[in-house]
Design a protein around this ligand. Structure first.
Ligand SMILES: Nc1ncnc2c1ncn2[C@@H]1O[C@H](COP(=O)(O)OP(=O)(O)O)[C@@H](O)[C@H]1O
Ligand SMILES: [Mg+2]
Length: 395
């Protein structure tokens, strides 16, 4: 298909609207402001992280078509930083400003069942899975896939939330595991996936403009702990062939969707070297925070360029960079269990060469909550990881 060539470029000075004012919205806003754009966000929380860096914040829920229209009325283009925004809200905004990415693409991605079925239908490599809509389906899927499985709710899950694992505890009975997994799914629809024997996890970010220009980033290598990203590094230390394969899949997914904006693709690399798509996120991604320092153009500026139909920036690696997430647990005060009033030693961490601090201004730390991240640059990817980990230990 020939991409349309008459799409308007939305120039600096225009206003970008963002569904969601979390850290991803905040950092998109900061990058876009740096280019001279004005920013409005919509978020249910008036103290959301983007609040402090935007021109205006509409306090509204994810399914509020009237307020979504109000956001779009004040904007030249509307984008998102969360998948939870309702399709009704997206479509209501689209009457007043272009919404990028499209609601058609979001509708597929925001539901894990639809997303898996789409990947399967379009012949992208994925692991074995079953869609489940009842406890009977769940039991049958667990028995059919056999062994270890991950059960994931169809909607709303992130950072391992809305997920249950089965087959990991040799003493648990099947019925107890089915009941536990059904509860983890919130007693609703989801997918059951066979647990993959992982060598590593990588991701690839792809940007595509409405005019059809595409840039595929070098892969990031991601290390998860308790199903939450712990640290990530660009470039990923993987064979060139595997990297090329991952980037090709990313480009093909973007083209098949006719993506407008940016899309992160999480991959599993199996022990036998096979690449499987884990999941998609049509927005900036935690695993590309290192792109801000590693690549010619960081993901947040690229997001702004893509939705504004500007020429995309180069994505080559300038210097290796790693990031490590700062979870709310770091603020936990062991002397007074349950309180999160400990102050991490940022000064000590910042004394490590190459290290920078990124905090999201979240007012209340909580266990597992992403409060910020550290980044580090170095001559090699390995050294960047070592530096960021050393800084973490000093906190
Ligand atoms: N089928 C699987 N096999 C092995 N590990 C998995 C599987 N599914 C999830 N995980 C682990 O859990 C993490 C989070 O799962 P993911 O599906 O990416 O959900 P989230 O939306 O929470 O990021 C993954 O990055 C991976 O470490
Ligand atoms: Mg994930």
């Amino acid at each position: 298909m020939t991409p349309p060539s008459n799409i308007k470029t939305i120039l600096p000075g225009s206003t970008i609207g963002i569904f969601g004012g979390g850290q991803l919205g905040r950092m998109t806003a900061m990058a876009a402001r740096g280019m001279g754009y004005r920013i409005l966000v919509l978020d249910p929380d008036p103290a959301c992280p983007a609040r402090f860096v935007v021109d205006g914040c509409i306090e509204a829920g994810w399914d509020d078509p009237r307020e979504a229209a109000n956001l779009a009325r004040g904007c030249d283009v509307v984008t998102l930083e969360i998948e939870q925004i309702s399709i009704r809200s997206m479509d209501s905004a689209a009457a007043f400003a272009p919404v990028r990415p499209s609601s058609a693409m979001l509708a597929i991605i925001q539901d894990r069942i639809e997303q898996k079925d789409w990947l399967h239908r379009n012949q992208f490599p994925i692991g074995r899975y079953r869609a489940v809509r009842s406890i009977e389906d769940l039991r049958a899927a667990i028995l059919e896939l056999g062994g270890r499985c991950f059960c994931k709710s169809a909607t709303g899950g992130y950072d391992g939330r809305g997920q249950g694992k089965v087959g990991f505890d040799p003493d648990a009975s099947v019925e107890d595991e089915v009941a536990g997994a059904w509860e983890a799914l919130g007693e609703g629809a989801g997918v059951v996936e066979q647990a993959i024997d992982l060598d590593k996890e990588i991701s690839v970010l792809v940007a595509r403009t409405p005019s059809g220009q595409v840039k595929v980033y070098p892969a990031a290598w991601n290390h998860h702990e308790h199903q939450i990203l712990a640290w990530s590094v660009i470039p990923a230390p993987i064979p060139a062939e595997l990297e090329a394969q991952a980037r090709e899949i990313a480009q093909s997914i973007a083209d098949t969707f006719q993506l407008e904006g940016i899309l992160a693709i999480e991959f599993f690399v199996t022990k036998d070297g096979t690449l499987l798509v884990n999941e998609l996120a049509p927005r900036p991604h935690n695993s590309y925070h290192a792109s801000e320092r590693a690549c010619v153009t960081g993901q947040f500026e690229q997001h702004a360029r893509a939705i504004c139909n500007l020429p995309l920036g180069d994505v080559e690696v300038v210097q290796p960079a790693a990031i490590a997430n700062l979870l709310g647990d770091l603020w936990h005060n062991p002397a007074s269990p349950g309180s999160f009033d400990r102050e991490p030693d940022f000064a000590a961490a910042l004394a490590v060469p190459g290290v920078r601090l990124h905090l999201y201004e979240k007012l209340r730390p909580r266990k597992g909550r992403k409060m910020g991240h550290l980044s580090a640059v170095a001559a090699t990817a390995e050294e960047a990881v070592t530096r960021v980990q050393r800084a973490m230990q000093l906190l």
